[in-house]
Design a protein around this ligand. Structure first.
Ligand code: SAJ
Length: 422
């Protein structure tokens, strides 16, 4: 089939490449020239194992072409961002623009599949209305949310179960038939609104669970326990899966999706998830206060912040809690030097330093992302560069014993055990 994928971001690109690799003729569309240039030059971001190679193969054999505007096709798949506005209401403008861009080439008998995370009722509302307003009556519409985790996309896009919901059973089945060319997991069919809701509650479950972990981390020190150890042991129970604490929740999904439900039904009904958002959003402030308590004042102090990406081993800084931590540190008068081996400088407004430059003369080191390479930093060498040997790890990534042996005072978020050495 001829498939047009609108939006060549972290979901659109692998979806287009998988469809192209499995027998379809795919056009990948993005309005940003820089996105298309990057794909032509590099294939895909390097932190997605296997994806760049796959993209290069399908571009070379012609099964995937790239363009700035859609062309006529059998199926249109929308993989566009759905951020939130400053007032926490959903911003569906990209989906609207994407829909508007295909209306000129959309024909009776086509299918439109929405992958973007949206408030319940969007496929049957906004999307359907735009198609009907165009005078088309026989276009199948379905919602087929992505579920993949950044950093392991190519594996998960093939192996995870999927949920798909059409406005009619025929639309659901058509969506399933298309994706089953590369999805090895089960495809669960339902109606469009249920599929939209399922996507939102998956991420909301995670946000609420992380808020629980962050709450525990808040009072664990006064109980004299290490919350990381406690959670790990509790999770040995077959029916317990407590997530881990940290400096906050970043990325464009988990910290955003709960608001799509809260906005739909109101905070008075969505009390639990509203509280979870509050707890997780307070974490950057908690981290900065703890560091301020340790140093007496942050004014004029140099803080080496390690990790700008929103999570470990990826290069994506969007909505990263580290950025909010840095903003708060600067607000308190600290001098911040930031280091991240994964994030590209072009993605950021703040300046990135090499590790040694970041550590040089630092009054404290603050670890805000669990990049696995941070576990390999040599505390002896870091100690020779830093002005004082204080490290605060908010992601439990460093080996505290090793750092303590090298003369560092080690603070760990949610930990009141005897980890603070000399
Ligand atoms: N985090 C914690 N503690 C944890 C887990 C995560 O503090 O125990 C933080 C991370 O550091 C990060 C944030 O939460 O800042 C989000 O990271 P994540 O790994 O939980 O999720 P994302 O945003 O990378 O991807 C999620 C995934 N959803 C679920 O696991 C339910 C992914 O499957 C979705 O496809 C994706 O959202 C999406 O696009 O919706």
């Amino acid at each position: 089939m001829k498939v047009c994928v609108i939006g060549m971001g972290y979901i659109g690109l692998p979806t287009a490449a998988m469809l192209a690799r499995n027998g379809h003729q795919v056009l990948g569309v993005d309005v940003k020239r820089s996105v298309l240039d990057f794909i032509r030059e590099h294939g895909a971001p390097r932190e997605e194992p296997g994806l760049a190679d796959l993209v290069k193969i399908v571009l070379a054999d012609g099964s995937l072409a790239l363009a700035a505007a859609p062309e006529s096709a059998d199926v249109f798949i929308l993989c566009l961002p759905t951020p939130i506005n400053a007032d926490k209401t959903p911003d569906l403008s990209y989906v609207e623009k994407g829909m508007a861009s295909i209306l000129g080439v959309l024909e009776e008998g086509n299918m439109v599949i929405l992958e973007s995370t949206v408030p319940p009722g969007t496929t049957g509302g906004l999307v359907a209305k735009m198609v009907v307003a165009k005078g088309l009556q026989n276009v199948d519409l379905a919602f087929a949310p992505e579920r993949v985790i950044p950093g392991n996309i190519l594996d998960e896009i093939q192996n995870l179960d999927r949920v798909m919901g059409g406005l009619t059973p025929r639309a659901s089945e058509r969506a399933r038939d298309l994706y089953s060319c590369f999805v090895k997991g089960r495809i669960h069919l339902t109606d469009a609104t249920t599929a939209e809701f399922v996507k939102l509650v998956e991420n909301t479950y995670r946000d609420v669970n992380i808020a629980f972990a962050n709450e525990l981390a808040g009072f664990a020190p006064e109980l004299g326990i290490n919350i990381w150890e406690a959670i790990e042991i509790a999770n040995r129970h077959p029916r317990v899966n407590i997530h881990t604490p940290g400096p906050g929740v970043g990325g464009h999904c988990i910290a955003v999706d709960p608001y799509f439900i809260i906005d739909s039904v109101g905070a008075e009904k969505a009390r639990f998830m509203t509280l979870a958002r509050e707890i997780n959003s307070s974490m950057p402030g908690e981290v900065v206060s703890r560091l301020e308590n340790e140093l007496g004042t942050l004014a004029g102090r140099k803080i080496a912040v390690l990790g700008i990406a929103y999570k470990g081993d990826v290069g994506d800084p969007r909505e990263s809690p580290a950025l909010e931590v840095i903003r708060l540190l600067k607000e308190q008068g600290a001098r911040v030097s930031a280091h991240d081996p994964f994030v590209r400088q072009s993605e950021l407004h703040i300046r990135l330093e090499g590790l040694d430059t970041a550590l040089d003369g630092a009054d404290a080191v603050l670890v805000t992302t669990n990049h696995s390479t941070f576990g390999d930093i040599d505390p002896e060498q870091a100690g020779r560069l830093a002005a004082s040997r204080i490290i605060f790890d908010t992601k439990d990534i460093i080996d505290p014993g090793k750092w303590r042996d090298a003369g560092w005072k080690v603070l760990i978020l949610g930990c009141g055990k005897n980890l603070s050495g000399p």
